[in-house]
Each structure stands twice: as C-alpha cells, then as structure tokens.
Write a protein that binds this ligand. Sequence first.
Ligand code: RIB
Ligand code: CA
Length: 314
Amino acid sequence: MNTPRKIIIDTDPGQDDAVAILLALASPEELDVLGVTVVAGNVPLPLTQKNACIVCELAGLPDTKVYSGCDAPLTRKLVTAEHVHGKTGLDGPVMPDPTMALQDQHAVDFIIETLRAEPAGSVSLCPLGPLTNIATAFNRAPDIVERVQEIVLMGGAYFQVGNITPAAEFNIYVDPEAAKIVFASGVPIVVMPLDVTHKALTNRARVEAFRNLGNEAGRMVAEWTDFFERFDKEKYGSEGAPLHDPCVIAYLLKPELFSGRHVNVEIETGSELTLGMTVADWWGVTDRTPNAMFMGGLDADGFFALLNERIARL
Ligand code: RIB
Ligand code: CA
C-alpha cells in the first residue's frame, strides 16, 4: 500500500468546503491531513475557523489540527458570500458549537514551518477559498515555494465565466493579488474552476443518497446541500448545487474522474471590470508559458459514488 499523501487543506467553510474536509478526513489511507488552515472568505474568519472545527468534530476527528489564518485579503477589503452560505457559513442544519480548540500557531506560520520541516516535494497544498494564506506564506518565506509538491485548488472559471461578477469566480475575486502570486509561483498547479465544478451538481436522488447513508455526516451533507442549492437553482435554474470544493479532494483520490488541459492562466488585477478573472489561454494563442492544469471534464456519477462511499465511513 502506498503511504498516504501529505496535504494541507486551506479553507473558508462554507458548506462545500465542509463536504471536502469530510471527504479528506474519511480517506486516511490515501491522505494524511497535516493541518487545516482557515482563511476569511465565504464568511469572516471567526466563523470560518469555528466552522472548520465543527466539521472536524462531525468527522469524529477532534484532534485534527486547525489553524486560524488571514482575516482579510492582501490589500483589499474582504468580500463575503453570506447570500450563498447563510449568516453562519454553514446554514442548513443547527449544529453544536465545537469543543475542540484551535492551534495557537498562525496558519501562515504553520504552512511555512511544515514545508520547511517535511521533505521537499512531499507536501501538497489544497486551497478551497481565497488564496491569502498561501500567498502570504510565499511572500514571507520564498524558500518554501520550490518545496511544495503541488497545489490543487478550487477557483477561477473560463467557459463558465464568473459567479460573483460577470468575469470572476469568488475565491479568485476576493484576493486577486494573492491569486496572481500563486499562479506565478512556478509550483505545479491543478485548477478546479467553475467549468468543472458546475458539473458536480447535486440533484434530489444524490441528496437523498447522502441522507440515506444513515450516519450523522450523511445527514449533515444532505441538509447543507438542501440549503446551499437554493441559491444556484434560483440563479442558474440548475437542478441542484455544484459541490465545488470536494472536486479538489476527489481529484487527489481519483484523478481519473477529471480531464483538462495544461494551459497558461493569468489573473486580472488591474481592471475593475474584469478584476479576478482567470484568463486561460485555452487555444494557445499567446507565447505565455502553461502554468496550470485547468480542469473541465468530470465523471459526475463516479464523483458522487466516491463521495457516498467515503462519507458513509464517518
Ligand atoms: O466560487 C465557489 C467557491 O467560493 C467555493 O470554494 C465556495 O466555498 C466559495 O469559497
Ligand atoms: Ca470554499
């Protein structure tokens, strides 16, 4: 059996982040979650850090190390998404306050220390929210950049255009300067943009399958999805909600579920009109160096089968 892949999940829970964290914690044979680092995004940091603890306890793993990180983007004012995720960021079911404590160390210091301590190329970063923690770590400790095995992130959009502005996806839009730093870092990057996450759509049968798992985790996933999907159904007329962030973890577990193209992706940070846009050179019309595997294809049935099989374990 292979040794589990070492990862740091950087997150702004968020119902879809929560499902991604559950999926990772339910897969200890494949994934060694060294830590969960939290960032402000869907809701402010006090809530995202609390939500991360709620999810780790729901997984029955209160010893998971959760680190609080940056409470605002590098240079801009924080934009949040309560209109999608509700006031708490985990609206849907009423959940008990967590009893587990956050780690004392700041998330950025944890990322730096871990990448310096672990063998070079042995730790992957899995950002599920704005990239502020990652970019801050890279700025503060440039030596860690070449030590990162891979970055597998949820963010951006090209053919699916924006979800927070006509041009930009939320995670990139919140901190475009941070995204620019990460995409220019030279670290191998796999991107799960809206182009692929909009294919990870729930529907009644898929939500009922979660509910019918018979465990608390399955019930919570169903109730989060019930809440989370109302926004997308209204906006896109879709049958259900896109489970954006679990695509990152599903890729680590079963990369064959995904397909994409290695292209150049640049981040717009100047224009107010297209701020945060991920400009993917899909047809190679420039001489810009490809820097990201930009995903677009998904075996949705295989994705939900994996999710069910793993959430059932908790
Ligand atoms: O645009 C979708 C992304 O923004 C997801 O990561 C969601 O959790 C929010 O952070
Ligand atoms: Ca997120």
